[in-house]
Design a protein around this ligand. Structure first.
Ligand code: NAD
Ligand code: TYD
Length: 351
């Protein structure tokens, strides 16, 4: 098979990255997919056992902040395109250890940008740097309004500030060096393989174990939720059809107040676990609020819808049911990721 493109996907052993790697490996046998991941606490090769022996797939263990190593792999493989997902991704961890977020999300992105630029000596025909970002860079909304691609950046957490900074550098490389790039900013993802530190998998895991469900503040914070496989499809579309130098917002048209979402999750879990109706809701515990907690995120995804024809494929309830089923059927995965250092993290965050 003649290989048409060599695509480097960073962070491919993480939650969203593993879905993107799988989609590309299976859908494009004439691309070679290189998955570069440092395998931090969030990276897990168990997410990819079904495709690990595919002939068009190579895993590379490495850290995006390691300049010498990153330059060497660009020299060896001459990747045509990069889809950059590797990041520190959890807001609560960024509040405890902001510097780790600057290192990976800002410096790591810079190292990749420099390697991409020098590899092609600024002759970029057919090349692409696709940077995956978040809606959190826009800061918070009040009770109304939506984030559009022209909303000003106004990040509030160390996580979103580090992502905003990396977005700016990608744009700056486009302006300064004519580097071909595209950026997408997506809302909250949920689905299989998400590490149980984020709201939905954390609460699924706690319900299974009859543990408290720690809702921050009064629970009246709003997020726009998207099923992870729909995000992967949007990334595929933007990678192939997005306009260079543009930003695309991706969202689920699916806003939920945390407390309403948690109640729905409890209801669905009671059914799946054959527990008495209302029993999981009794685990809800209101705890101290997150500092700098953004009130509301909501995405206007009309640009990607109109220009590229993308829309979410599943309703929230369908997506949640699939997600719950996956966690219930993958006890081994859940046990593996919640043993060891997870216990320490949980104690520090919630005690
Ligand atoms: P994740 O935390 O599940 O995975 C991150 C991956 O990056 C892990 O596999 C980890 O090992 C790897 N990684 C971390 N530091 C690294 C380093 N220094 N070098 C190499 N690899 C490293 O994250 P996720 O939720 O899958 O998010 C992926 C991307 O999507 C991130 O850039 C995030 O900002 C963005 N995003 C996430 C969401 C969401 O709801 N999860 C929404 C919008 C955008
Ligand atoms: P999270 O999944 O951490 O995503 P993000 O902060 O990137 O939006 O949190 C989603 C929402 O759920 C957010 O408003 C914070 C809230 N939350 C809780 O109430 N309790 C928790 O234990 C966690 C992890 C989150």
């Amino acid at each position: 098979m003649v290989i048409k493109k060599k695509v480097l996907i960073t962070g491919g052993a993480g939650f969203i990255g593993s879905h993107v790697v799988r989609l590309f490996v299976n859908k494009y046998p004439d691309y070679h997919i290189y998955n570069l991941d440092a395998l931090t606490y969030a990276g897990n090769l168990e997410n990819l056992t079904d495709i690990e022996n595919a002939p068009n797939y190579t895993f590379i263990k490495g850290d995006i902040t390691d300049e010498k190593f990153i330059n060497s792999i660009f020299e060896t493989y001459k990747f045509d395109c990069v889809i950059h997902l590797a990041a520190e991704s959890h807001v609560d961890r960024s509040i405890k250890n902001p510097l780790a977020f600057v290192k990976t999300n800002v410096i790591g992105t810079m190292v990749l940008l420099n390697a991409f630029k020098s590899c092609w000596s600024e002759r970029f025909d057919g090349k692409l740097f696709y940077h995956i970002s978040t809606d959190e860079v826009y800061g918070t909304l009040g009770q109304t309004g939506l984030f559009t691609e022209s909303t000003s950046y106004d990040p509030n957490s160390p996580y979103s500030a580090s992502k905003a900074s990396s977005d700016h550098f990608v744009r700056a490389y486009g302006e300064t060096y004519n580097m071909p790039y595209v950026i997408s900013n997506c809302s909250n993802n949920y689905g299989q393989n998400q590490f149980p530190e984020k709201l939905i998998p954390l609460f699924i895991n706690n319900i299974i174990d009859h543990k408290d469900l720690p809702v921050y503040g009064d629970g009246n914070y709003t997020r726009d939720w998207l099923y992870v496989k729909d995000h992967a499809v949007a990334i595929d579309l933007i990678f192939h059809k997005g306009k260079l130098g543009e930003t695309y917002n991706i969202g689920g048209f699916n806003e939920w107040k945390n407390i309403d979402l948690v109640r729905l999750l409890c209801k669905l879990m009671d059914v799946k676990l054959n527990r008495e109706e209302g029993s999981s809701e009794q685990l809800i515990t209101f705890v101290k609020d997150r500092p700098g907690h953004d009130l509301r995120y909501a995405i206007d995804a009309s640009k990607i819808n109109k220009e590229l024809g993308w829309e979410p494929s599943v309703t929230f309830e369908e997506g949640l049911k699939k997600t719950i089923d996956w966690y219930l059927n993958n006890e081994h995965w859940l046990n593996n990721v919640t043993s060891g250092s997870y216990k320490l993290y949980y104690q520090n965050q919630y005690s």
